[in-house]
Write a protein that binds this ligand. Structure first.
Ligand SMILES: Nc1ncnc2[nH]cnc12
Ligand SMILES: [Zn+2]
Length: 324
């Protein structure tokens, strides 16, 4: 039983964490028709492209700092109720800008929800800024530049990441954005090895030099790369439920989580976009035990790894590690 275990999550997209019930509430508030992307209380999509389209439609229902505060607080309270002690939220100011919110207003709203959740439950959280790959290199560069410029205003922003359509453009096209984020003191992680094979992870290691990789699971197709990840100590933000829902692997028996652990790669458990993939962080922990057969100690080790790899200051890390 993993229910009572302390949990930590490094990889969850804030708009992707909106429960359909909350999305429907927002749709009523703004008089938006949802029949084409929410049916019977479930988000409707069938491949990565239509998933991103549904994600964008859900994001469009959050339009003010207060909406985003409510979303962040709702998700973090849900996590805290499952004994989660730490959460790193992936936030994309591009989605705020799409509804007319400045990056500052978008981040202030999310921060308010994070602070409220911490006051109520003690859950610690941070934000990782996302540059959306499919919006192009110029846009990701602008995102990194603006993030660096406004960092002093947003103490809960501690990392930079790139998500979106991995099949578009080359990692090299985005390397400069990551250089700017690194120089600003942000922790680096990047979605790679999810929709694209090992070369995407190799490019990420060579050109971005992140301490963590979002997914990275298709590195399993290259034994030398698996060894390189283990030797470097790069942490994989593994999201098994997401990988199965998006058909990265046909079933859990084919999923490489256990093979990474056996090879000495540092892994963590994550939900990615929980209601889109019919999962929660607690379900990922439970599945690690019941489907992947991880021992109690192996599951606790994933939580320790998450805290060790979190983009937090050393006092917070020490305090959280003592809780695991
Ligand atoms: N699983 C995923 N991969 C890439 N970009 C995303 N944005 C939200 N979820 C994502
Ligand atoms: Zn993701």
């Amino acid at each position: 039983m993993t229910k009572s275990l302390p949990k930590a999550e490094l990889h969850c997209h804030i708009e992707g964490a909106a429960p359909p019930s909350l999305a429907l509430e927002q749709a009523r508030k703004y008089n938006v028709e949802t029949g084409h992307f929410i049916r019977d209380g479930i988000y409707v999509w069938d491949d990565f492209t239509s998933f991103i389209a549904a994600y964008d439609l859900v994001a469009d229902l959050f339009r003010t700092p207060e909406d985003y505060a409510h979303l962040a607080e709702t998700y973090l309270l849900e996590l805290a109720a499952e004994n989660t002690i730490y959460s790193e939220l992936f936030v994309s100011p591009d989605h705020g800008e799409a509804v007319g919110l400045s990056a500052d207003a978008y981040l202030d709203g999310i921060a308010a929800g994070m602070i409220a959740a911490k006051e109520k439950t003690g859950i610690e959280s941070r934000m990782v800024i996302i540059g959306e790959r499919h919006l192009g290199p110029e846009n990701v560069l602008r995102r990194a530049t603006e993030t660096a410029k406004h960092l002093h205003r947003h103490p809960l922003v501690t990392g930079f990441n790139m998500a979106g359509e991995e099949r578009m453009n080359r990692v090299a096209d985005y390397a400069r954005a990551f250089d700017i984020a690194r120089d600003a003191g942000l922790g680096l992680t990047i979605h790679a090895g999810e929709l694209v094979g090992p070369q995407s992870v190799i490019d990420a290691l060579d050109l971005v030099r992140p301490s963590r990789i979002g997914h990275g699971v298709r590195a399993i197709e290259d034994a030398d790369l698996v060894k390189r990840l283990a030797d470097l100590g790069t942490v994989l933000e593994v999201c098994p439920g997401s990988n199965i829902a998006l058909k990265v692997f046909p079933d859990y028996a084919s999923h490489p989580l256990c093979r990474f652990i056996e090879a000495g790669v540092r892994v963590t458990l994550n939900s990615d976009d929980p209601p889109f993939f019919h999962t929660t962080l607690a379900m990922e922990y439970e599945r690690a035990e019941t489907v992947f057969g991880l021992s109690h100690d192996q599951i606790v080790a994933t939580t320790r790894t998450a805290i060790e790899a979190a983009f937090i200051d050393s006092d917070t890390r020490t305090r959280l590690l003592a809780l695991v």
